[in-house]
Design a protein around this ligand. Structure first.
Ligand SMILES: [Zn+2]
Length: 275
């Protein structure tokens, strides 16, 4: 879609699965299963939607998905059944791998960070975007490179190390004209929201603060969030800003709505697709 002078495209990287309880936290299964029916093993299938922003001068991707470098064991854990579609999805958007010059990671969990890596024919790891500069919050880099027992399964440090030059963002604010990042915390300590603005129009990519539209309800917070109460307050603030400013919102994992706008009816917040 057009956003002012920019073109913004929600890409499709792959599908993966996650335990329904992990995705909905304290919400009883009886309630969430009506919104996202699980399979017989309690898994819900999510999509991965990196965001491409074409400014005319720069081609920026926010998050990269799971990629093709996972071990067979990890592929099984994540329920990955097909190769990454990222290259094809970029091709469809008219962008070559060489033309991507900026990658911003909302955070470094495997389903957001590893899509820029692939195993070369010689068995060495290759970076998909040879001309890209990579950014993540410095807290995120610290935590990903020093995982604890609770998050080690999702910060795949041996793979992440192949991005040898991710720049640690110190402060909120501008990456380039029209693209800024804000520390949300919540899902992870260094989780970022990405704000895209052109000609008075605004789109936010809130990453895993709102993985799906069902997470617009304040208490719907995944058990995978490291700081759930921070997520709660951030969510309410972001929803207010979106409604006030009539912002577009890009969902990173929603199987049905990729880019939408928020509406309020009888005190309930919901998203309407704009694509
Ligand atoms: Zn995620």
């Amino acid at each position: 879609m057009k956003l002012g002078n920019f073109e913004v495209i929600s890409l499709y990287e792959n599908k993966f699965r996650i335990d329904g309880g992990a995705l909905f936290g304290v919400i009883p299964k009886k309630i969430w299963a009506k919104l996202m029916p699980p399979d017989e093993n309690n898994f819900i299938t999510l999509e991965i939607h990196p965001l491409l922003i074409k400014t005319g001068e720069h081609n920026i991707i926010v998050d990269l998905g799971l990629g093709d470098a996972l071990s067979d064991k990890m592929k099984k854990i994540y329920g990955v059944e097909s190769p990454s579609h990222l290259t094809k999805s970029l091709e469809d958007a008219g962008i070559s791998l060489e033309e991507v010059d900026i990658v911003i990671f909302s955070h470094l969990h495997a389903d957001h960070s590893l899509g820029g890596l692939k195993l070369g024919d010689d068995g060495n790891m290759v970076k998909l975007f040879p001309n890209a500069k990579y950014y993540a919050h410095r807290y995120e880099l610290d935590d990903a490179l020093n995982p604890n027992e609770r998050n080690a399964a999702t910060y795949l440090i041996d793979l992440l190390r192949h991005y040898d030059e991710i720049q640690g963002i110190q402060n909120d604010g501008k990456i380039i004209d029209g693209i800024a990042v804000y520390l949300t915390g919540g899902h992870t300590r260094g989780h970022l929201l990405i704000l895209v603005q052109s000609e008075g129009e605004t789109l936010i990519y809130p990453g895993d603060i709102f993985p799906t539209r069902h997470h617009l309800k304040p208490a719907y917070i995944g058990a995978v969030d490291s700081y759930p109460i921070d997520s709660l307050y951030k969510k309410k603030g972001i929803i207010n800003e979106c409604l006030k400013g009539d912002y577009y919102i890009a969902f990173d994992h929603d199987p049905d709505i990729r880019i939408g706008k928020l509406k309020e009816k009888d005190g309930n917040i919901f998203a309407e697709s704009v694509e």
